[in-house]
Design a binder for this molecule. Sequence first.
Ligand code: ZN
Length: 298
Amino acid sequence: MNKLIIEVRMNETARKDANPNVPWTPDEIVADAVACAEAGAAIVHFHGRNADGSETSDPEVYRQVVSGIRAKSDVLIHPTLGQFFGGATPDQRMAHIKTLAEEGLAPDMAPLDTGSNNIDMFDWPAGEFIGQGAVYVNTGANLRYMAGRMREWGIRPQLCSWSIPNLRLAGAFLAAGLVPAPAFVTLVLSGGAGIMGHPATEAGLRAYLDNMPGKAMQWSVLCGGQEVFDLLPMIVREGGHVSAGLGDCPYASLGQPTNADIVRAIARKVRDMGREIATPEEARAMLGAEPTKHMAVA
Ligand code: ZN
């Protein structure tokens, strides 16, 4: 069976309250990324954060992180896009990526969430919504534009599906030659208070797998608000990959782990189930085909 790619989702918007090991500053992110690569991660995904933990799209922050990681590791680098909800143009969302590309620091991957989605949180025990909610807007036109810019800069999109319609759009992008094959698709499952993705259960994942639009996809499971461990047997069996880390939940079953501890725990469990872990070089070979026009979607 193919080797399993571990992507570490280092920080997202996580605070340090539940686990102080969430990396925020460029130095923290670089050190954490290198430790995660040594523990078995092939891809590192991060959000630029200020010293107080607030999010930043400052290109200088991203420059420090990418150059810092590149100096020490061959791990694939996957920064987020600018975190603007509503109203931002694609160029604004990709401004820091463009700066990196122009300076010879193009990251290996950037996200393309193939659809617009509500981001709603619900406190089930209390029966109350948390916050006002937001809409993550990704119009088809904007996605096509961003896919084109990424192609220009030699950056592979990581397609993120929050639902089956998102996955169908990813399939259409692949069929249209807008993204290179094989596409790398993240399948979003939501546990805990998150109600924006499929349920974080085998049934939730099964629904995605029963609706995969083609074989020219490598898929990875993202489990927000809940630890991914219970889903590992199915992921291993079905040939998928794993995207997980402190950005998704505190992983309290491991105490107060670092991201590298989480990567190590996943790698150990996966190996025990009979699959090997892909190195960054092997992940590149699995994902890194040149953009292919008119790739047949079988
Ligand atoms: Zn992210």
